[in-house]
Write a protein that binds this ligand. Structure first.
Ligand code: SF4
Ligand code: SF4
Length: 471
């Protein structure tokens, strides 16, 4: 007997589960999930949520563990400060991260979406649970929405949306803390909105966006907006492990009839897997863009299989090849290539990180300034020098001239101190004996030291009148 392939019936491709034939939104009422995978998800989500909410308060070296201050272009990752000058490192980190996601998706499908994405975690573990608590399970929610406005309905809807607003406000605060830092946020609380109007407006915007996403947008974010979701079709192949329906075992589907022996497969067409799906799809149609791998359908189907005394796993984590040919998940050429590229990128990233300069120096001959002749006959050029101190300590800096022979005169004092996590600038004159000037533009080499340690060797040019070489 040949098994019916779900793709033999392709009408599901012509319509969306959450849009009717006129193009209006169909509200999805997923049935409250329960089961082994859902319990794992609860535990995993709570661990992630604790980390997410506590993240801005966690410090390393007295710095936030993670700060992504786009406004001031300052980024702290695991207590290490990254400046715009570290753009190469940051770009490489982002590239490695994107490649990691691609590789991970090739191997394990969209498991990130269902298990670790903040959008899903907040939606399913906070907002949806509040909804179940106040309005009941899916069928009670449908009933409530269909009934006339009564005092009880107003009370339920109002309390739900007030709680949604409060939760959105808490999430917006956390989100903002990752951008400006928790200390800045405390200032906003202490001084009030008028004193920090910009931050207050940002907070209000973030709160409104989060509320709109969780109260109205919901699965539309995963299906239409998230670029990762839309790209997954490019990343998955027949060996990718995804939440999949075993059509070989399940088809032909059909209702169980008492005392009637049929040739049906194990699927009893109860549609419980569809009813629990937060994106409203029927996984029996095969892997679809809308599936966030939340595993709610696995739990629902396993419960049915137990009841009808069939083995669990009609819907399970499996690859298409695993289902059709019984093939085990293995490495293919694409996976190996991705792994090699990822390892190489990561290696370069670690190398750059380890050899990253803690003081970055930029030296320029001051533009528009010609050489000057000093009273002692020496020729001088003026230079501007800028230091970026990426450490958490104030650092003294000394300059040592290597070539040509001459001396350095720092304009605003002899000692240069670059304060922690800041940019220091100064100017200096380089005084050179005319005999040292061989050409119109003499090469200059200058070394930068801090606490006796060579930080950087700088190159520049020295301008002066051409003297005839008498040597
Ligand atoms: S098909 Fe299953 S795993 Fe995919 S989103 Fe729906 S319930 Fe979750
Ligand atoms: S829950 Fe299982 S048995 Fe029920 S329709 Fe879905 S696949 Fe078939």
């Amino acid at each position: 007997m040949s098994s019916a392939h779900p793709l033999d019936n392709e009408h599901f491709r012509d319509e969306l589960s959450n849009v009717d034939h006129k193009g209006s939104r169909l509200w999805i009422y997923p049935k409250k999930p329960k089961g082994k995978f859902y319990n794992y998800r609860i535990w995993f989500s709570w661990i992630l949520m604790v980390l997410m909410f506590a993240g801005p308060y966690m410090k390393l070296n007295d710095r936030p563990l993670l700060l992504l201050n786009i406004l001031e272009r300052k980024f702290i990752i695991f207590g290490m400060v990254f400046w715009p000058q570290d753009l190469n490192l940051f770009a490489l980190l982002m590239l490695s991260f994107i490649l990691f996601i691609v590789l991970f998706t090739v191997l394990f499908g969209r498991v990130w979406c269902g298990w670790a994405c903040p959008q899903t975690i907040f939606m399913e573990m906070l907002f949806r649970r509040i909804e179940y608590f106040i309005e009941g399970d899916a069928h009670q929610q449908i009933k409530l929405d269909e009934q006339e406005w009564t005092g009880q309905k107003i009370l339920k809807k109002t309390s739900k949306h007030i709680l949604f607003w409060i939760l959105s406000f808490v999430i917006a605060n956390t989100f903002l803390s990752y951008i400006i830092g928790v200390d800045e946020l405390k200032l906003l609380v202490r001084d009030g909105p008028v004193a920090h109007l910009g931050k207050f407006i940002s907070l209000a915007i973030f709160t409104s966006v989060f509320y709109f996403v969780y109260a109205r947008m919901r699965e539309l974010v995963c299906v239409f907006i998230c670029p990762y979701g839309r790209l997954q079709g490019l990343m998955l192949d027949k060996n990718s492990l995804v939440v999949a329906y075993d059509f070989v075992r399940g088809e032909p589907r059909g209702k169980l009839k008492k005392d009637v022996i049929t040739n049906n497969g194990d699927c009893v067409d109860c549609k419980l897997c569809v009813n629990v799906c937060p994106t409203g799809i029927d996984i029996r149609n095969g892997t679809q863009l809308e599936c966030v791998n939340c595993t709610a359908c696995i739990d629902a189907c396993d419960e049915v299989m137990v009841k009808i005394e069939k083995p669990k796993g009609l819907i399970r984590f499996a690859s298409l090849n695993g289902i059709t040919e019984g093939a085990k998940m293995g490495l293919n050429a694409r996976n190996v290539a991705y792994t090699i590229v990822l390892a190489a990128l990561f290696g370069v990233f670690v190398y750059l990180l380890v050899t990253r300069k803690l003081i970055e120096t930029t030296m320029l001959r001051t533009p528009g300034m010609l050489y000057q002749k000093q009273q002692d006959g020496k020729i001088s050029n003026m230079y501007s020098i800028e230091f970026v101190n990426k450490t958490f300590k104030d650092l003294p800096v000394e300059l040592k001239l290597i070539e040509p022979k001459g001396d350095i005169k720092i304009i605003d004092g002899e000692k240069i101190i670059v304060h922690k996590e800041s940019i220091g600038k100064t100017s200096f004159f380089l005084n050179v004996d005319p005999k040292e000037i061989r050409k119109n533009s003499t090469p200059v080499t200058l070394e930068v030291y801090s606490n006796g340690i060579l930080i950087e060797s700088m190159q520049s040019k020295f301008n002066g009148p051409v003297f005839k070489n008498t040597h």
